[in-house]
Design a protein around this ligand. Structure first.
Ligand SMILES: *[C@@H]1O[C@H](CO)[C@@H](O)[C@H](O)[C@H]1NC(C)=O
Ligand SMILES: *[C@@H]1O[C@H](CO)[C@@H](O)[C@H](O)[C@H]1NC(C)=O
Ligand SMILES: *[C@@H]1O[C@H](CO)[C@@H](O)[C@H](O)[C@H]1NC(C)=O
Ligand SMILES: *[C@@H]1O[C@H](CO)[C@@H](O)[C@H](O)[C@H]1NC(C)=O
Ligand SMILES: *[C@@H]1O[C@H](CO)[C@@H](O)[C@H](O)[C@H]1NC(C)=O
Ligand SMILES: *[C@@H]1O[C@H](CO)[C@@H](O)[C@H](O)[C@H]1NC(C)=O
Ligand SMILES: *[C@@H]1O[C@H](CO)[C@@H](O)[C@H](O)[C@H]1NC(C)=O
Length: 425
């Protein structure tokens, strides 16, 4: 009998506790769409509470975030749903969860498919850069101090969105019909942080753009030598249309003298993989000018080419010049390893020379050399190491041998010879 009455007391106490609502489990109860702010998603502790019989829950779907009392028998599993059973415990954060897939790094992740309810109170949203340059986004502990370049964490729901790291390379990514004139919606982050952007294609309706790190069928590698591949190395740089207006330039042959900008002629259309701008090429005393998009060899110091980008900009007069120095007077004259730092002289005839006389290195305009030196040079008398050349500023061959001692600082001994040479130059 005693056991029976004790049992009744326990049951009665249990029933009483269930009737007393003040001792029931309290849970936050609210709903918001996942794109709202300042509400059930972001500040649950400002929301109303309810008395619940079983457990509190937080659930996220594609459209809604809901907090409330879990109905007995309802499924609630991570990552979309989490339960807890202490008063007002369902304040769970929602974070982007994307575990090292290429997408996690390359999309500006905001898709609801990545939304996940954090199971533990106190967790924050984390972006972690992996060794393979992918990104893992998830609920977790705050980043350790000193890991800023590979880890970012934040404590508001859905705060770990966007490209990570923020300086990851971004390129236009598209192919086919709508890929000629690009727009913001075509931007993608690259799977490799420091990838290049490429442009390739055969017509305005058949362009392909993307990151050099992409794994899609049509691509250009960062070191591609395919002339149809245009690779560039800054965000959004792969935007040129298949063809574009190429501006206007002075187009002429054998025209070293100053030109008039109003004589510039149209350069027609340039393809995406052609440079736009004007060039000036000097070959001996001959100067040619034209449009960069018509210049197959490209424009660089190796073909004595200079370029400029404005309409009609290639007008400057080009004068033929030679380096002019004697090694005991001018530092660096012997080796000419920094030819741009050496003195220069005009040389309208278009031939420069360099040679060694009396152990002194001499450089200048050929027609200004003494007749004896010209003769010795033309005869290729070996001891003079004399060389003539017909590109502007071309007389920069280094000299060989003991004469190297006869540079600035070793003066005096041969002063008489020097004076004689200078008279001849
Ligand atoms: C949230 O998205 C719905 C449709 O998905 C849209 O109707 C609503 O305007 C959006 N609200 C905000 C605040 O962006
Ligand atoms: C989202 O919540 C609204 C009410 O706020 C509701 O009408 C709608 O059915 C919910 N949608 C889903 C998918 O749960
Ligand atoms: C990159 O590394 C992360 C973390 O080590 C891993 O989870 C992920 O599967 C890897 N992704 C690829 C594409 O190799
Ligand atoms: C990526 O998201 C951020 C933040 O929402 C936004 O400022 C940026 O413009 C987005 N970038 C692209 C390329 O959509
Ligand atoms: C670029 O577009 C292709 C094809 O639409 C797609 O397969 C690829 O994932 C995209 N790349 C990025 C980085 O978004
Ligand atoms: C489109 O361009 C690709 C190269 O980018 C080329 O392989 C393909 O043959 C082109 N298609 C057509 C129809 O020209
Ligand atoms: C070019 O050199 C020749 C002699 O070699 C000379 O007669 C002529 O005047 C020179 N021309 C110029 C423009 O200096």
């Amino acid at each position: 009998m005693r056991e029976y009455s004790l049992c009744m007391i326990v049951i009665a106490a249990f029933i009483a506790s269930q009737l007393d609502s003040t001792s029931a489990l309290q849970c936050y109860s609210c709903t918001s769409t996942t794109n709202d702010t300042g509400n059930c998603l972001t500040s649950p502790s400002t929301q109303n509470t309810r008395s619940c019989e079983t457990e509190c829950y937080t659930q996220i779907t594609a459209r809604n975030l809901t907090r409330g009392c879990l109905t007995t028998g309802t499924a609630c599993t991570l990552p979309s749903c989490s339960t807890c059973n202490t008063d007002n415990c369902n304040v769970n954060l929602v974070c982007q969860e994307c575990l090292g897939e290429e997408n996690c790094a390359t999309t500006n992740v905001t898709l609801t498919q990545y939304n996940a309810v954090c199971p533990k109170i106190g967790q924050v949203c984390v972006n972690q850069l992996n060794g393979n340059q992918t990104v893992t986004r998830q609920c977790g502990d705050p980043c350790a101090a000193g890991t800023e370049s590979t880890c970012s964490s934040c404590s508001a729901s859905l705060c770990n969105v966007g490209l990570f790291p923020a300086n990851r390379r971004q390129c236009y990514n598209c192919t086919g019909e709508n890929c000629n004139a690009v727009s913001n919606t075509l931007v993608a982050g690259c799977s490799q942080i420091d990838a290049g952007c490429f442009t390739t294609g055969t017509s305005a309706s058949n362009m392909t753009r993307g990151c050099t790190s992409t794994t899609t069928e049509i691509k250009c590698a960062s070191d591609s030598t395919d002339p149809s591949c245009l690779v560039c190395n800054s965000d959004f740089c792969n935007s040129p249309t298949y063809e574009r207006v190429a501006g206007s330039c002075i187009i002429c042959e054998n025209c070293a003298a100053q030109q008039v900008a109003t004589d510039a002629k149209s350069c027609g259309q340039a393809k995406y993989n052609q440079e736009v701008g004007c060039y000036t090429i000097t070959s001996g005393t001959n100067v040619n000018r034209g449009c960069l998009n018509t210049l197959e060899s490209g424009c660089s110091t190796t073909n004595a080419c200079t370029s400029c980008s404005e309409n009609g900009c290639n007008v400057a007069a080009v004068e033929f010049k030679c380096i002019k120095c004697i090694s005991n007077e001018v530092t660096g004259c012997w080796s000419a390893s920094n030819p741009d730092t050496l003195p220069v002289v005009d040389c309208p005839n278009g031939t420069c020379y360099s040679g060694v006389w009396n152990e002194l290195g001499v450089r200048g305009c050929f027609t200004a050399a003494s007749l004896q030196m010209q003769y010795q040079c033309n005869a290729k008398v070996e001891v003079y190491q004399c060389d003539t050349c017909t590109e502007s500023m071309c007389n920069k061959l280094p000299f060989n041998g003991a004469g190297a001692l006869r540079h600035v600082g070793v003066v005096g001994l041969l002063m008489g010879v020097v004076i004689a040479l200078r008279g001849a130059l």
